[in-house]
Write a protein that binds this ligand. Structure first.
Ligand SMILES: Cc1ncc(COP(=O)(O)O)c(C=O)c1O
Length: 337
């Protein structure tokens, strides 16, 4: 039972496949900026589902958000002497992006401890991978204010925004957070998890129109284009909520089953109020002990240390397994209990 990686396993929704097939005759180069239909669908989704008043002309498609996260520091012109800040427990690509640009990555949850360094970019990830933690609007607002005061860009990786369970996650572009202005703010959205489109490589960034215009200029010259059929599939996905609600319900059911089974077997869930993972710990065991104990039962999970030293006591359990595999894992955990 492989619960160690967060790759979707359920079918690509028919509405998405049909749009892809319909757009298959695509002999010309795609537009880097994204088709008007895609940009309007993205802005429409943000307004409809997240109360974010997004401007379609400031939407820019990306070739999956991992690509964009790894490229952003370089695209912003960061280099030696610049600091890129990311959460203490974090998706490793924030660090990779800083390294590729020759900048310095610093893992810090508290921005006030950063001292006088030249901070060029701050990454925030709510709901978070690996912890499932959701930052309240007031906390995000403080981060936005801090970045603006320091002349830094704040980029929010919001790929799990649609997957709030115990709390409703809020976007960095919500007026309560950014004060109704997108200045210095970027929000990054992925279709991989919401719409099972990880294989399509489909995401977008939006926010400060001046920053987005700069990014477009560079990406246009660097050939960072999303294929036309994928743009059509993205527009269809963003315009349809029924498939996303269905997928969400699948994850909710898997989450309940796994959480209860882990609890009965002695693992305590922390955070995990949103997103696609359970962040669990067992008193007396470090992450490697937990990985081994679960592996002996046939269940693979990710050691928390992979995401930073603060994860030493935890393991990350992904909800992205089929119902059949989740049932099997639940049975093995029951035997452990
Ligand atoms: C926090 C976070 N950001 C970004 C990504 C990348 O998603 P994409 O499939 O859009 O590249 C992931 C994928 O798991 C993730 O967990």
């Amino acid at each position: 039972m492989d619960l160690s990686i967060g790759t979707p396993v359920d079918p690509v929704p028919p509405v998405v496949r049909a749009a892809l097939a319909e757009a298959a005759d695509a002999p010309g180069y795609p537009t880097t900026q994204g088709t008007p239909r895609l940009r309007e669908a993205a802005a429409g989704w943000l307004a409809r589902r997240h109360a974010v008043p997004a401007d379609p002309s400031a939407v820019l498609p990306v070739i999956g958000t991992k690509e964009f996260i790894a490229a952003l520091p370089a695209l912003l012109g960061c280099g030696p002497g610049d600091t890129v800040v990311h959460p203490e427990l974090a998706y490793p690509t924030y660090d990779i992006g800083a390294r590729l640009a020759g900048a310095t990555a610093v893992a810090a949850d508290g921005l006030s401890a950063l001292g006088p360094r030249r901070v060029a970019l701050v990454w925030v990830n709510s709901p978070a991978n690996p912890t499932g933690r959701v930052l309240p609007a007031a906390h995000l607002r403080k981060m936005v204010d801090w970045a603006r005061e320091r002349g830094a860009v704040i980029a929010a990786d919001e790929c799990y925004l649609d997957l709030g369970w115990d709390t409703e996650p809020v976007s960095v572009l919500h007026p309560e957070v950014c004060g109704g202005s997108s200045r210095s703010v970027l929000a990054v959205h992925s279709l991989s998890k919401r719409s099972n489109m990880a294989g399509y490589r489909a995401g977008f960034v939006t926010g400060d129109p001046a920053l987005v215009a700069d990014l477009l200029e560079i990406r246009r010259h660097a050939g960072m284009m999303v294929p036309d059929p994928v743009q059509a599939a993205m527009a269809a996905a963003l315009g349809d909520d029924a498939h996303a609600d269905e997928q969400r319900a699948r994850y909710a059911a898997r989450r309940e089953r796994l959480r209860a089974a882990l609890a009965a077997a002695g693992w305590v869930t922390e955070h995990s109020e949103a997103g696609l993972y359970l962040w669990v710990t067992r008193p007396g065991l470090d992450c490697w002990d937990s990985v081994q104990r679960l592996a002996e039962a046939g269940i693979l999970v990710a050691p928390g240390e992979f995401y930073g030293p603060a994860g030493r006591a935890h393991v990350r359990v992904a909800l992205t397994a089929t119902d059949e595999r989740v049932d099997a894992a639940v049975a093995r955990l029951a035997a452990l209990a």
